[in-house]
Design a binder for this molecule. Structure first.
Ligand SMILES: *Cc1c(COP(=O)(O)O)cnc(C)c1O
Length: 467
């Protein structure tokens, strides 16, 4: 299996190379040259298998010969052995049609653990092979930072520098990062906003004084390996609900279009997906794009579902590439125009092709609260604000009552206690596995909002690529 850039300007790479590279050199995102296909029998054979075994079978074609089967199996067992539920991503039934897919049983209570626990192990394996040192630099508004730090803490040959906007993330989110005291973890509280932090990271990726000495990499969902790991739970859930004999719909609370794109890949591979419901909050660029062809960036409105407060959805480029007939030059031109104007109109044929599988809903604060209360009152399930946006969209989607709809439960309600309490009057507890979070020592350096300060900090502490 080889990978090409959505902008057509980078040489094909294998899985090991795209995992370490993150973004393609031409600014595009890596995708496989073609989607592997599963037969009905192969899907039927997944029934009853443990999660790690489903993961092995679904990911094997993407990994190609960069890992032998036993190596991949061992990595899956190790990554998913750290989850607090034996089923890793269990289903919970809400009523006759609606289900929750609980993706929050990992160490940091959000679905990002599912992919990042594996990515941490893949990094370690590939870096040992190449005798190379990696420097991960990222900016976080909460969930990605904690999941990445947990996954990389103490790993060989990799350092992680994570910037968060000082004072603008929740106490639980901050402590999940700053109480990890491994020497390869560097937490930076930046005097500025999330956008300021993000802009510094982007500048560092383009700064040859840094990139000439250090191998800089990313852990956000532009990294193909993250999306690949997320395809697995679509197969796992559908198989439990009777696929391939039965079609299943999924509702996905969406920000960067990563998680729902993984569902799209599952469908391309042959999983009988009735529909993918793209659920957005009031930051609705994806809803406007899919319902009216209007992909134009506005300004971010902060909401109770902060991991979806996004203006531009990076992974949407992967869908555009497919909708353009996998034409890299056309996709590159489209993205260059978007970078200039912050606007893109999707032609009617592309909109129609997208609507073959996607529908979208925009969920405001009131509908989010209603969904949280409905889940609590009807089936005694406490759900977090992101999940509530998915559930609200699922309940408003016009889908045949015989088709089960699975809403992806992307975060544990304990991670967003205040918002849950405001909607339901019920304050969820933090799960026992993070119990003493508030007693642990924190390690974090505060830096002024200056690029030079951040660059000096990173280059003084990181290890050169071959050093
Ligand atoms: C990251 C995140 C999302 C959005 O996922 P994307 O892949 O960016 O669409 C939704 N919910 C939670 C809790 C998240 O952490």
């Amino acid at each position: 299996m080889e990978y090409i850039s959505t902008r057509g300007g980078s040489a094909p790479l294998n899985f090991e190379q795209v995992t370490l590279a993150g973004l393609a050199g031409d600014g595009g995102l890596y995708v496989p040259t073609e989607w592997p296909k599963f037969s009905q029998d192969q899907i039927a054979d997944l029934a009853g298998l443990p999660y790690a075994e489903v993961a092995l079978r679904v990911m094997k074609p993407f990994v190609g010969d960069t890992l032998v089967e036993d190596e991949l199996r061992e990595l899956c067992q190790q990554a998913y052995g750290r989850f607090a539920h034996a089923a890793v991503t269990p289903l919970a039934q809400l009523d006759g049609q609606h289900w929750l897919l609980e993706l929050f049983h990992g160490p940091t209570l959000a679905f990002k653990d599912v992919a990042l626990q594996l990515l941490g192990l893949l990094f370690e394996k590939f870096l040992a092979r190449q005798d190379k040192h990696l420097t991960v630099v990222g900016a976080t508004s909460g969930d990605t930072g904690s999941a990445a730090i947990d996954a990389l803490a103490g790993r060989e040959k990799v350092d992680i520098f994570m910037l968060h906007p000082d004072g603008r993330i929740s106490d639980v989110q901050r402590r999940q990062m700053t109480t990890v005291l491994a020497p390869n973890v560097h937490n930076i509280a930046l005097d500025g906003s999330f956008d300021d932090a993000q802009a510094m990271v982007k500048r560092m990726f383009a700064d040859t004084e840094v990139t000439d000495r250090f191998a800089i990499s990313a852990v956000n969902s532009i990294n193909w390996a993250r999306l690949m790991a997320q395809i697995v739970y679509y197969f796992y859930a559908a198989s439990q609900l009777g696929s391939p004999a039965r079609k299943v719909a999924f509702s996905v609370p969406t920000g960067n279009f990563g998680d729902v794109f993984a569902g799209y890949v599952a469908a391309q591979m042959g999983l009988p997906v009735e529909r993918l419901i793209v659920a957005t909050n009031v930051n609705d660029i994806l809803h406007r794009a899919l319902s009216a062809g209007d992909y134009s960036a506005g300004t971010v409105t902060p909401t109770a579902a902060p991991s979806m407060d996004i203006q531009v959805s990076s992974n949407f480029e992967r869908l555009l590439f497919d909708l353009e007939g996998r034409d890299g030059a056309k996709t590159a031109a489209r993205m260059a125009a978007f970078d200039q104007t912050r606007k893109m109109a999707l032609p009617p044929e592309m909109q129609a092709a997208a609507r073959d599988i996607f529908t979208s809903h925009r969920v405001d604060a009131n509908d989010m609260s209603l969904a949280m209360r409905w889940a609590h009152e009807e089936s005694a399930q406490v759900i977090d604000p992101h999940t509530a946006i998915g559930l609200s969209a699922a309940r408003n989607a016009d889908i045949d009552p015989s088709v089960p709809i699975v809403t992806l439960a992307t975060a544990h309600p304990g991670k967003f206690r205040e918002a849950v309490e405001r909607a339901t009057g019920f304050r969820p507890a933090l799960p026992r596995r993070v119990g003493d979070l508030f007693d642990r020592e924190e390690a974090c350096d505060k830096l002024p909002g200056s690029y030079d300060a951040v660059k000096d900090y990173v280059t003084a502490r990181a290890t050169p690529a071959h050093g």
